[in-house]
Design a protein around this ligand. Structure first.
Ligand code: ZN
Length: 87
């Protein structure tokens, strides 16, 4: 039997490698705005994160998210993103 390859990505918050489908992609689109990309199909610089406010807060405070996306993210944008994650 052929072994199935499962693509993994590392969460920018807790730095845990998980199956790609278990993480949410955050993408910086060419106009500079940052948004979630549930389809994984938006082109742009992306980062992956657990659907968890704790991971999000960690990633922002450690500047890992900003580093992964190579951009600064406005506080109001961070707030909107955070609201879409699980407690
Ligand atoms: Zn995480």
């Amino acid at each position: 039997m052929k072994k199935k390859h499962i693509p993994t990505r590392t969460c920018v918050g807790c730095r845990t490698a998980k199956a790609k489908k278990d993480l949410i992609r955050i993408v910086r689109i060419p106009d500079g705005s940052v948004q979630f990309d549930p389809s994984g199909k938006i082109s742009g610089r992306g980062a992956y994160i657990c659907s968890s406010k704790a991971c999000f807060t960690k990633a922002v405070q450690a500047k890992q998210l900003q580093r992964a996306l190579n951009t600064n993210i406005a506080p109001e944008v961070l707030e909107v993103l955070e609201q879409q994650l699980d407690d």
